[in-house]
Design a binder for this molecule. Structure first.
Ligand code: HPA
Length: 234
């Protein structure tokens, strides 16, 4: 047991998928894993471990935002020795060429700040995805005929954003989408020598102001789980 994860030693697999929403962890585990069993429910943050094509896999909620994800990822790595950590989540598109339901694979994640910001002082650290996961996820998405974009995203500390001027600069500099977790995931994975990737689907659009209806979100979410699992064991 760690402070925020009630799982016993050995209950967490080396490969962990991290949706923000704990109920999505339950849905994904029940839908895609064999013999999935609940391994954590501390604070309602559900985690399940089972197997996929014979490989042990844990699917564990991260919560929303980098401070929450940082707690779970620190403990998954330091207390349970997780080696491959893949965020599966939604994002808001920041380019016209990126459409609702498209998949975005985050090659880099720009930020104003992360929970790790303090240790870098004046350094503007560039959080980056693991190349082997990124390459395998791109191949998995393409083989499923899913429109996929690979590039830089923005990990924000706020959903209700008050800086349209900053969004304009990011759009101008090719940032594909905004979400709230990837930069800290990549930073922690780098610190501990683990592999990390964020696989995202576009749930809303900052340029066109469209948003996905909730039933579509579930189908897109299933695609992401399959891409993440295929990439993890490629
Ligand atoms: N902003 C921040 N995070 C998000 C968004 C957004 O528009 N959409 C999905 N995650």
């Amino acid at each position: 047991m760690s402070i925020h994860i009630g799982a016993k030693p050995g209950d967490i697999a080396e490969t962990v998928l991290l949706p923000g929403d704990p109920r999505r962890a339950k849905w994904a585990a029940e839908t895609f894993l064999q013999d999935a069993r609940l391994v954590n429910e501390v604070r309602g943050m559900l985690g399940y471990t089972g197997t996929w094509n014979g490989h042990p896999v844990t699917i564990h909620g991260s919560g929303m935002g980098m401070p929450s994800l940082s707690i779970y990822v620190n403990e998954l790595i330091r207390d349970y020795d997780a080696k491959t950590l893949i965020r599966i989540g939604s994002c808001g598109a920041m380019q016209k060429s990126v459409k609702l339901r498209d998949v975005v694979l985050a090659m880099t994640a720009s930020t104003m700040s992360t929970p790790s910001r303090g240790i870098f002082r004046e350094l503007s650290y560039a959080p980056v995805a693991d190349w082997s996961l990124l390459r395998a996820a791109a191949a998995a998405a393409e083989s499923r005929d899913i429109a996929t974009h690979v590039g830089g995203i923005y990990s924000s500390d706020v959903f209700y954003d008050e800086r349209p001027d900053l969004n304009d600069q990011m759009m101008r500099h090719g940032i594909l989408a905004v979400e709230m977790e990837a930069a800290e995931l990549y930073t922690l994975a780098a610190r501990y020598g683990r592999r990390a990737l964020a696989v995202l689907t576009v749930s809303d659009h900052l340029v066109t102001e469209e948003a996905l209806p909730s039933e579509d979100r579930e189908r897109s979410f299933g695609d992401m789980v399959e891409i993440a699992l295929t990439a993890a064991f490629a």
